[in-house]
Design a protein around this ligand. Structure first.
Ligand SMILES: Nc1ncnc2c1ncn2[C@@H]1O[C@H](COP(=O)(O)OP(=O)(O)OP(=O)(O)O)[C@@H](O)[C@H]1O
Ligand SMILES: [Mg+2]
Length: 421
């Protein structure tokens, strides 16, 4: 057992835990000059979670504990605070508006007016059975002047705010908190996963121009639309890489493990790229013999599912009303964004320019080689989010409401296990 200590408080160390459908990823890191130093990375295969929702607290806790312990073994420093990501269909989002009257002749707007306008915007939503994850201002309107990022100090008689509210069902919140508690950890804040991924892979200029981020993981494709520098829409398509693997297993009459191998090594989402005469060997269900299959046939199975995923994404993006504003196109991230040909297929269905996004290595030092991968976008973004959150509370432009600001602590299990002082 090692004698590890908590970090110095002037340079807090954060833990970022992304609980996905396929894997749980923990990053431990801190700010170093203007970069993020990644000190430790831990990965475990996910258990007890389906489509972003926890379905077995004990199993989920085991996966969190394993991933966190691995990161801790490498980092050799216990995080001061933990940020965790959530997604799934228990998370809902709303675009809201609210107006406060200042006085007839106009007066200078102060931060209390801004808080009142923001707080009032929640009144439109029935919050029974829900907790607020984020209340994000999109723009302020002072009298008739729109597009204001920070109205404090301006003169006006009316202050209007447009916000994006993201909520989580009480039960889902409970299950997440409980899984961490059982893993011996306490979460400081839960962050909506696509917000974190966006922070890791989008350029501020893209968020200004209009862009759709699609994080295609194992269980879901999480969509977030940004325009004018703010989030405008978020939604979830209940399909991901695991559906592709299941389809392949059925279509090729093989095991899930073999289907996953075929997908990773021979998969392509644009089957017309594949020559007719290319063949691959696939273990049959009994694993006793090999069958020869046309690679094109396997890729047609993959393409059908990815096509469905993009058609649903397109419908969702169009129904958001922001499709005409996507001058930056779309960015795909998450592990399934590595599928060969996925950007081309996405572009042809979404009728937008599409690129694949990974966490920006220029902003990181330390174990960057390990995390420069679309699979780590959410975890990198969570770490970045947390580090910005604790240094400047993320300012007015993307205010995050605290669920319970108890000041997180790592509880006894880890202290005992690692003999922390
Ligand atoms: N090279 C690759 N080609 C195709 N698919 C890949 C590749 N690498 C990883 N994947 C797929 O990515 C998926 C996992 O992605 P990711 O780690 O982003 O998911 P997750 O965060 O655990 O899940 P979710 O976000 O849906 O809850 C798996 O289905 C895996 O098969
Ligand atoms: Mg994910």
């Amino acid at each position: 057992m090692k004698n590890w200590r908590y970090s110095n408080s002037y340079s807090p160390v954060l833990g970022a835990v992304d609980i996905g459908t396929s894997k749980v990823c923990t990053l431990i890191g801190r700010k170093k000059n203007n970069t993020i130093e990644v000190l430790g990375v831990g990965l475990s295969s996910a258990r007890g979670i389906r489509r972003g929702k926890i379905i077995d607290i004990n199993k989920a806790a085991g996966a969190v504990r394993e991933s966190f312990s691995l990161a801790l073994e490498i980092a050799h420093v216990m995080p001061d605070l933990i940020y965790a990501g959530v997604a799934g269909d228990g998370v809902s989002s709303f675009n809201l508006e609210n107006e406060v009257f200042l006085n007839k002749g106009g007066r200078e707007i102060n931060s209390r007016d801004v808080d009142k306008a923001l707080e009032g915007s929640k009144a439109e939503v029935n919050l029974e059975g829900k907790k607020i994850l984020h209340l994000l201002p999109q723009e302020y309107i002072v009298d008739d002047q729109a597009g204001i990022a920070d109205p404090v100090g301006m003169i006006g008689s009316r202050l209007r705010v447009k916000t994006h509210l993201i909520t989580i069902e009480d039960s889902q919140f409970h299950n997440f908190s409980k899984s961490f508690q059982q893993a011996g950890l306490e979460v400081h804040r839960l962050i909506f996963q696509p917000l974190a991924s966006a922070l890791a892979v989008l350029h501020p200029m893209e968020e200004e121009m209009g862009i759709a981020l699609i994080d295609i993981g194992g269980g879901t494709a999480d969509i977030a639309i940004f325009y004018g520098g703010s989030i405008r829409y978020s939604g979830v398509v209940p399909l991901g890489g695991e559906n592709i693997t299941s389809d392949l297993a059925v279509g090729l009459r093989t095991s899930r493990d073999e289907a996953e191998r075929i997908k990773l090594h021979h998969g392509c989402a644009f089957s017309r790229h594949i020559p007719d005469d290319e063949v691959i060997e696939v273990k049959d269900l009994g694993l006793s013999s090999l069958q020869t299959v046309k690679r094109k046939y396997a890729c047609e199975i993959i393409e059908a599912r990815v096509k469905e995923l993009f058609l649903l994404s397109r419908r969702m993006i169009k129904s958001s009303g922001f499709y005409p504003f996507l001058r930056g196109g779309a960015v795909l991230t998450g592990g399934s964004a590595l599928l060969e040909g996925i950007a081309e297929l996405g572009s042809s269905i979404l009728e937008l320019p599409v690129r694949v996004g990974s966490p920006e290595s220029k902003d990181h030092v330390g174990m960057i080689q390990t995390v420069s991968h679309p699979m780590f976008s959410t975890a990198c973004g969570l770490l970045q989010f947390g580090l910005e959150d604790i240094t400047e509370r993320r300012g007015k432009k993307s205010l995050v409401l605290e669920l319970e600001d108890r000041g997180s602590k790592i509880i006894d299990w880890f202290k005992d296990f690692f003999m922390l002082e």
